[in-house]
Ligand binder design. Structure first.
Ligand code: GDP
Ligand code: MG
Length: 179
């Protein structure tokens, strides 16, 4: 008999979607490396990183994070990344209402085309820019509540506020859904 050893960590393919410039790459860099880049380069196509997180019951979840480019010319590629994804973080910039409108577009795109049990977290980023804020926390929260079981978090890749919570909440939701 072959000893199978400890069960492999569940893997969660998570795709980041949202307008260019909302901070997707900075969120990943903050989460995976604990760094922030003021002059973050535009992502070309998509970038991949992996990172593990331990959830409350002790389960370790291994994230495979796909950071996509928000530009229109790449949006036809998006299905390649969200197809087969178990989770999606749809990011907007709280100082930019157009990016919030774009986030809603991504939600409907996923509702039409992604797996029915995909875990979606709506992320309002750049909360450190309080004076420039144009999308209130209530607006984001309300939109998420209208599209259950969507999660909602506001974050700042710059200050690190709530960044790891994005991934922890997704990991916990994923684990409780699979029982
Ligand atoms: P992406 O196109 O969505 O990947 O956006 P980037 O991660 O490349 O970030 C775009 C710009 O926003 C860069 O100049 C970042 O330094 C800046 N940025 C990203 N996150 C934050 C944040 O939380 N606060 C502030 N003030 N700037 C941010
Ligand atoms: Mg990017």
């Amino acid at each position: 008999p072959v000893d199978a050893g400890p069960a492999a960590a569940p893997r969660v393919k998570l795709v980041l979607l949202g307008d260019s410039g909302v901070g997707k790459s900075c969120l990943v860099l903050r989460y995976v490396r604990g760094q922030f880049d003021e002059s973050s380069k535009v992502t070309v196509g998509a970038a991949f990183m992996s990172h593990s997180v331990q959830v409350q019951d002790g389960t370790v979840v291994k994230f495979e994070i796909w950071d996509t480019a928000g530009q229109e010319r790449y949006s036809s590629l998006a299905p390649l990344y969200y197809r087969g994804a178990s989770a999606a973080a749809i990011v907007y910039d709280v100082t930019n209402p157009e990016s919030f409108a774009k986030a809603k577009y991504w939600v409907s795109e996923l509702q039409k085309n992604a797996s029915g049990d995909i875990v979606i977290v709506l992320v309002g980023n750049k909360t450190d820019l309080a004076e420039l804020r144009e999308v209130s926390a209530e607006e984001g929260q309300e939109y998420a509540a209208q599209n259950p079981p969507m999660l909602f978090i506001e974050s700042s890749a710059k200050t690190a506020a709530n960044v790891s919570r994005i991934f922890e909440t997704v990991a916990e939701t994923f684990c409780s859904a699979r029982g």
